[in-house]
Design a protein around this ligand. Structure first.
Ligand code: FO1
Length: 320
């Protein structure tokens, strides 16, 4: 049973997930992670968003970068570079152990859901982390430098190429994992939160998975998104840059409109309170509160506000 479900990308999504974990007990929380950033590198299957969620919730993340592990060493990467191998994607020694194990277990025929479950158990996670799908759905960025795989765009090219469009290879043939489909359809799920992750790079690949949009629209629980845009800026990463390149206003209103067909409610920052009426005019319930999460207390407070907002929507929901 899981009463709170969070759809999350990597670093930004992990902050809300951590706040929810501080709020929830036992198996009350499930975090559903993006797999659009996953790729094969040096023969290994790397799942950056799932690992960021897992490491953050286990308290072993590198808090300076927000990804990778704390107390990391880099002997393998340095040796790889000395041998003329690719070193643009930084894989630390501890982190590599996860990629080695995951790759070996997947090769035995286990699903990504099963392997992620085993890794979470080994890290003593109180929270369930699920990949949105067991299929491969790869984010591809069509840019002024041609079509790039996600990590080529994001890490190797430092998100500098100008984005023209984004596609999700494999999405048409993909399906939600049975675990995720079951949670979204469950009457015991009280709220589905869309974390303030990058809507275009981190949440859209999840929405592109076969059955996801319908599952959110038909979910008995209210679906609430939190804006990653505050006061005309992205909290983190290239969201604002991408919005400008896609000719969108860098505003929470653009984000609310982008998600509108799957949402019941939208949370924007108190600094954007003046936009609440415009969001409401889109047919969405609106809450304005502090969404910037610097401390664990901030994360927990936002998680609490989002859960209470969703509970209110559940009572007053139209047709839910
Ligand atoms: N992000 C970087 O900016 N540079 C890296 O070298 C890098 C390595 C890396 C290794 C493992 C991992 O789980 C994540 C890693 N990330 C790195 C983060 C990752 O590429 C992005 O933050 C996400 O894919 C976007 O959500």
């Amino acid at each position: 049973m899981s009463r709170l479900v969070v759809l999350a990308g990597g670093v930004g999504g992990a902050k809300l997930a951590l706040g929810c974990q501080a709020l929830c007990m036992g198996d009350d929380l499930t975090v559903v992670g993006n797999v659009g950033d996953d790729f094969h590198h040096c023969g290994l299957r790397i799942c950056p968003d799932l690992d960021t969620l897992m490491y953050t919730l286990a308290g072993v993340v590198n808090t300076e970068t927000g990804w990778g592990r704390a107390d990391e060493t880099w002997t393998c990467l340095q040796t790889l570079a000395d041998l003329g191998g690719e070193d643009w994607f930084q894989l630390g020694d501890r982190d590599l152990a996860v990629h080695l194990l995951r790759t070996a277990e997947l090769a035995k025929g286990r699903t990504l859901t099963e392997v992620t479950g085993s890794l979470c158990a080994a890290l003593d996670l109180p929270t369930r982390v699920l990949p949105v799908t067991d299929a491969s759905v790869a984010t591809r960025v069509i840019s002024d430098q041609g079509e790039l795989a996600f990590q080529e765009y994001f890490v190797r090219e430092r998100a500098e190429p100008i984005v023209k469009s984004i596609r999700f290879a494999g999405a048409d043939e993909s399906a939600l994992s049975p675990e995720v489909a079951g949670l979204l359809a469950s009457a015991t799920t009280e709220a589905i939160l869309i974390a303030p992750s990058n809507p275009w790079l981190s949440i859209d690949p999840m929405l592109a998975v076969g059955g996801m949009r319908e599952a959110l629209r038909n979910a008995p629980a209210p679906v609430v998104a939190i804006s990653p845009i505050v006061n005309g800026q992205a909290i983190k990463g290239p969201t604002a840059k991408i919005m400008r390149e896609l000719s969108l206003d860098v505003s929470p209103l653009s984000v609310a409109r982008h998600y509108r067909d799957v949402l019941d409610g939208f949370i924007l920052d108190s600094l954007d309170q003046q936009l609440a009426a415009d969001v409401s005019a889109e047919g969405l319930a609106v809450l304005a509160c502090q969404t910037i999460m610097n401390t664990l207390a901030d994360k927990k407070t936002l998680a609490q506000a989002a859960r209470a907002f969703a509970a209110d929507l559940r009572v007053h929901a139209k047709g839910k």
